[in-house]
Write a protein that binds this ligand. Structure first.
Ligand SMILES: O=C(O)CCC(=O)C(=O)O
Length: 260
């Protein structure tokens, strides 16, 4: 899949874009079913007494779903990453971010580069909707253009333990009234610049889940600023890298997937 020059320009201006119908029909249904069975096997149903992390995130979903692995490693969004990030691309994160019905916890304003500061700061997050997502069931809200102000420093809250997923690195924003919701139809994807400020409300729908497949792509040479600038380990998906450990990372997973 490629995006138009006009979409690239809008991404540079706004820090996000919506790609319609990236997944549809049987492919979407099967991928969603694999994600849901992995979720239920690990997490079970929504539990109001459980932690935010327990109710919201399932990391490395490409290890548990063949269809997610194919989509992450070689799906249409990898082409979009090449256009927006450059010719050398690695996968930087794969996870489910779910807000099942009953999960009314909001997720505050944040930048994805706050949760895993990569350099260069060109990474993109892609959030593919597995359900229709709207204001009622907790779709994303974004502050268009906020990425142009660069990184918000949250390093004072990045203690050694907080480097792990689950730390609250949300920030206060000015001009909150400029925020816009990003409703999606199941199968649409929103692509975010790693500095774009975004948040979500809780899921206030009594009968609809809001399930998202979150995949992050980065320059193949991107390093983790918070981790002594070691390379982020992730599968090399396009082009080349100067880091042999990245070139080797999950090579077998890819090969296994190709032959299985
Ligand atoms: O799951 C959500 O509602 C928010 C997800 C998000 O913003 C993120 O993972 O960066």
């Amino acid at each position: 899949m490629t995006i138009t020059e006009e979409q690239c320009k809008r991404f540079a201006r706004d820090g996000f874009l919506v790609s319609k119908g990236v997944l549809s029909g049987e492919r979407l249904a099967k991928l969603t079913a694999e994600c849901m069975s992995a979720w239920l096997a690990e997490k079970g149903e929504f539990d109001a007494e459980a932690t935010w992390l327990q109710n919201s995130l399932l990391p490395d979903i490409h290890h548990r779903s063949r269809l997610v692995c194919d989509y992450y490693f070689d799906g249409p969004l990898v082409g979009v990453a090449e256009q927006l990030v450059g010719p050398n691309i690695k996968g930087a994160t794969s996870q489910l971010t779910f807000k099942l019905r009953g999960n009314t916890k909001p997720f505050g304003w944040h930048q994805d580069n706050g949760y895993g500061h990569l350099d260069p700061a060109t990474a993109i997050s892609t959030l593919t909707a597995l359900d229709d997502a709207d204001v009622e069931n907790g779709c994303l809200w974004v502050l268009p253009g906020s990425h142009r102000a660069g990184q918000v420093d949250v390093s004072d809250r990045l203690s050694a333990e907080a480097k792990a997923v689950g730390a609250d690195l949300s920030v206060e924003v000015e001009r909150e009234s400029d925020a816009v919701p990003v409703p999606l139809i199941a199968g649409d994807a929103v692509v975010l610049h790693c500095h774009l400020l975004h948040r979500s409300e809780g899921n206030l729908s009594p009968e609809r889940d809001r399930r998202i497949l979150f995949l992050r792509y980065a320059d193949a040479d991107a390093v983790e600023v918070y981790n002594d600038r070691r390379p982020r380990l992730g599968p090399l998906l396009r082009g080349k890298t100067r880091f042999p450990e990245v070139a080797e990372f999950e090579r077998d997973l890819f090969a296994k997937n190709e032959t299985s």
